[in-house]
Design a protein around this ligand. Structure first.
Ligand SMILES: *[C@@H]1O[C@H](CO)[C@@H](O)[C@H](O)[C@H]1NC(C)=O
Ligand SMILES: *[C@@H]1O[C@H](CO)[C@@H](O)[C@H](O)[C@H]1NC(C)=O
Ligand SMILES: *[C@@H]1O[C@H](CO)[C@@H](O)[C@H](O)[C@H]1NC(C)=O
Length: 553
């Protein structure tokens, strides 16, 4: 039988403001495998019995809850139901953990006698605004308490913060006693360290079906990634339909079946938004392009546009205007990556134009960006721009409008010069998921074994490369899954655990950086992912119940 549900949440909220802040992990064998680790947490050591099969998530009765959030309540409840029914810890009758299991069940036995189990969590939102923004308020508070009777409350500014609170709740399940699952009594206050937590998905080197992208989004959201940097096209293929320029996909895709139709793009954007993820599309110009397969006159050489051709700018404006109808992201990523400007010199018409204009090929690159800024970006309804920056200032920050950001992909030491040049920065260079090592500022961090690589990434502290004045200009981090050697058959094993390691760097306090401690939690977190059917690779020898009875997804 359920206790009366307490909807007056004021007392809990007040109590939550009084809690002690602890950064240290509790001394408990079954410490919660929270991932990422919260900014503030208090754990009493008690557990509250849970009715996993009946668990529900509900909005507080007097508070506004947007329909978009209500539509997800069952999804959130299922997360908790699943986590509270599947143990990431060895069973209590194993040698390991016997003591803790019995002590936690004894601490909660009075609730068992009363038949009082926690069977719901109430969500209280400060605003019913369901608009998604990268820097929206993602703060949440989570309270699980047995006093005066089992109750659970998630308080957040908006639905996206509440989602993170509910994922955290699911990670507090303790199923070490399989016959009597419980939730750890806890008070947590959490907020992200970085507003921009990106993941690059490359669908140009290998196509990924929409259903697979949705699966990727689900798992990213569990790790609080909030930007999908969709590297949708590149020199190899153009798998994206444009109504204005149909030949881009018709002539540029690997196969007619490997094309994201307009409705597919909208579908991905909407699905991502439900999970709190903004889809930032990338159309890399002037290089890394397969525009020429459909529209050869745009190209100056093999995969580089012709900056001397005025049509290039009208084309880009029309194309990008179509795309911004589909992608509401505040940023459009325009690349600027790895342009071999000398290739322009091999085109006799461009070479002659350069001579007439007394310009070098390097100056033509700047000319391209000047014209993009004057001719194209003003037509993009205030969207901001992202570009790559390598180990030099490829694109002079003064050539782009204010608010543009640089993604530093090669040498983390370049963050400082890019920031000093006037551009906020996202760092991806040390977090390349397709590599078995990490190019850190201190030099390459190379692990002998593939499963150790996460440690290189976990330990790479971005602030170490910056002066304190520059810190606030580092808006986020990004892991990149370049797709040359990855399709949907090996994707998850490549991505997880490494992208999880970086997710903690993106979200948690800077001082959460103890690799030995993290390894214990990450190992159990990987088990949790495996129990959900995610093909994440283990990081150390050990056992997960998915090894014997896990369901394949
Ligand atoms: C598990 O919980 C049940 C019900 O509270 C209890 O009877 C049993 O002793 C517990 N098992 C262990 C191993 O603690
Ligand atoms: C975020 O939202 C919480 C809850 O509504 C509020 O207390 C806090 O002040 C907000 N933070 C910012 C930076 O607006
Ligand atoms: C590019 O910029 C130059 C210099 O600002 C200008 O003269 C030229 O008309 C622009 N070209 C196009 C196609 O916009």
């Amino acid at each position: 039988m359920s206790p009366p549900r307490r909807r007056n949440t004021t007392a809990v909220a007040v109590a939550a403001t009084l809690i002690a802040t602890v950064f240290a992990l509790p001394a408990r064998a079954h410490q919660p495998a929270l991932w990422p680790w919260p900014q503030q947490i208090y754990i009493s050591g008690n557990t509250v019995p849970v009715d996993a099969a009946k668990f529900e998530v509900e909005c507080e009765i007097d508070n506004p809850c947007p329909t978009k959030f209500q539509n997800e309540l069952q999804y959130y409840a299922d997360l908790v139901r699943h986590s509270c029914s599947n143990s990431v810890y060895p069973k209590a009758n194993n040698n390991d953990g016997d003591d803790e299991a019995s002590s936690s069940s004894s601490s909660s036995s009075s609730w068992d006698q009363d038949g009082q189990k926690i069977d719901s969590c109430v969500v209280k939102l400060a605003t019913s605004d369901d608009a998604l923004a990268i820097d929206s308020n993602q703060t949440f508070r989570l309270t699980v308490s047995s006093d005066p009777y089992p109750n659970c409350l998630v308080e957040a500014d908006n639905m996206y913060g509440a989602y993170y609170g509910l994922v955290t709740l699911s990670q507090l399940c303790d199923t070490s006693n399989t016959t009597a699952p419980s939730i750890l009594e806890a008070r947590i206050r959490d907020e992200p360290r970085f507003a921009f937590r990106g993941f690059l998905l490359d669908t140009a080197r290998h196509f990924l079906p929409v259903s697979y992208i949705k699966r990727v989004l689900d798992v990213l959201a569990l790790h609080r990634y909030n930007v999908l940097h969709w590297h949708v096209v590149d020199s190899e293929s153009f798998p994206l339909q444009s109504q204005a320029f149909p030949d881009l996909a018709e002539k540029g895709a690997f196969s007619p079946d490997a094309v994201y139709k307009t409705e597919d793009l909208v579908d991905v954007v909407q699905y991502a938004s439900r999970r709190g993820i903004t889809v930032m599309p990338e159309f890399d110009v002037p290089g890394h392009g397969s525009w020429g397969k459909g529209y050869p006159s745009l190209m100056g050489c093999k995969d580089v546009l012709d900056p001397t051709n005025p049509e290039v700018y009208t084309f880009l404006l029309t194309f990008l205007k179509e795309m911004l109808e589909i992608f509401p992201s505040e940023y459009i990523f325009l690349g600027g990556d790895e342009v071999d400007t000398s290739c322009w010199l091999k085109n006799p018409e461009i070479a002659e134009w350069l001579q007439q204009h007394d310009m070098t090929d390097a100056e033509l690159f700047d000319y391209f960006w000047q014209n993009v800024t004057s001719e194209v970006i003003p037509g993009l309804e205030g969207r901001k721009v992202g570009v790559w920056q390598s180990n030099k200032l490829d694109i002079k920050p003064t050539l782009l409008p204010e608010g543009s950001f640089g993604n530093v992909w090669q040498d983390p030491k370049m963050m400082g010069p890019v920031i000093d040049g006037g551009m906020p920065v996202v760092l991806s260079g040390t977090y390349y998921l397709d590599q078995d090592n990490s190019a850190t500022a201190a030099g390459p961090c190379k692990a002998y074994a593939w499963q150790q690589t996460w440690k290189c990434m976990y330990q790479e502290e971005p602030f170490d490369q910056l002066t304190q004045e520059q810190w606030s200009s580092l808006i986020g981090l990004e892991t990149t899954m370049w797709g040359e050697g990855v399709n949907r058959f090996d994707f998850e094993a490549r991505v997880w655990a490494k992208a999880a390691a970086v997710a903690e760097r993106m979200w948690s306090n800077q001082n959460v950086n103890d690799v030995a401690e993290a390894q214990v939690r990450l190992d159990r977190h990987i088990c949790r992912l495996n129990l959900m059917g995610v093909h994440a690779g283990p990081i150390i020898p050990g056992f997960c119940s998915s090894d014997v009875d896990g369901e394949a997804w």
